[in-house]
Design a binder for this molecule. Sequence first.
Ligand code: ASP
Length: 432
Amino acid sequence: MKLKLHWKIIIGMVLGLIYGIIAAMNGWGVFTSDWIAPFGKIFINLLKLIAIPLVLGSLVTGVASLSDLKKLSRIGGKTITIYITTTAIAVTIGLIVVNFARPGDNIPAEMRTKLQQTYQQDVAARASTAESVKERGPLQPMVDMVPSNFFGSAASNRNMLQVVFFAIFLGVAIVQLPAKQTKVFLGFFEGLNEVIIKMVDNIMFMAPYGVFALIADTINIIAKDNLAQVVELLSALGFYCITVIVGLLIQTVVTYPTLLKIFTKMSISDFFKGIAPAQLLAFSTSSSGATLPVTMERCEQNLGVSEEVSSFVLPLGATINMDGTALYQAVAAVFISQALGLSLDLGDQLTIILTAVLASIGTAAVPGAGIIMLVIILEAIDVPSAGIALILGVDRILDMLRTVTNITGDSSVAVSVAATEGQLGEINLKVD
Ligand code: ASP
């Protein structure tokens, strides 16, 4: 029997976990980073390598296939409205859970001092990055979206939004011209699309091994040959982690299924089965950007979302829609205030909702980006940003989980928008 892809990835993850623990117990840290970690890096690089050409190819052909441009603005309006709504819901869930559980109340004073000392340097690095983000004017995000040189934006995956802008701009011009004049040019992008999809398939052969290496390396980085330290950290911050996880779970298994129920007839279990490999990759890579090629493939091939919708909604979602990140930021901000003995009033909580929604839009789709934006939220509610020292130790684990919620949110919105546009085809869970 041929094992399904998600099972292979799960096996890779479990073996990576087992190896990681054995390696930490035996002090194989250097061996792991020299001989195992590079394979994980290669795997992520391959995924990132095709992200820009994939977005370009599919978005240009997607927009060019639109009969009228009104449709584009309609799909765009719907997508952004649902994205912002689900993010606001996520933050609210986070706030309710953290105010109810109050995980920050019982952090022993000496643990607090120890954490603050250990992560002092890391805090300084993040705070200075946040400072440069904060200094920008209110319209800067809009300016940032419009590149002055296409090759400059295509040179970095961080500029995905600029590539999305360029592709739409190009696609619109193609629609405006007579088909005869654009046939060859468009044909190139259609071909590019097919080739890239084949490349995603080829990369996915490597997924179980890549995931093994990524998980082994993550444990290596967290444990640093000292498993006892991880246990100590988890016992201090375990309740905080559980609070974030409960919030993420509610968002993932209540909010998204509700969205699907409202807009589609899709069975919830089919939805989750369809996107499982993308979720597993999001977990292993902690990057919605690196997961994007697989998220798109699963939504199109398995869940029946039309290319026109998926190629617009998903790249946009990977860059601006981060429900898991926003929820985590809300929980983390309140947790830090609780731990430092600062009380937050209703106005502060509302500020958190607003800033977390905006900050998650500005968060890059790469590992650890969420915690940088957290600094800005903390400053908005007058909590010392040095407080992030308290949570840095467990950030990587929570990053993996919030990235899963991020891409699940993008996929559920893609399915919903496709359904409202009459562009949701048959589900096909057989293709891997
Ligand atoms: N790693 C997250 C993502 O790429 C962003 C973050 O929350 O740090 O979706």
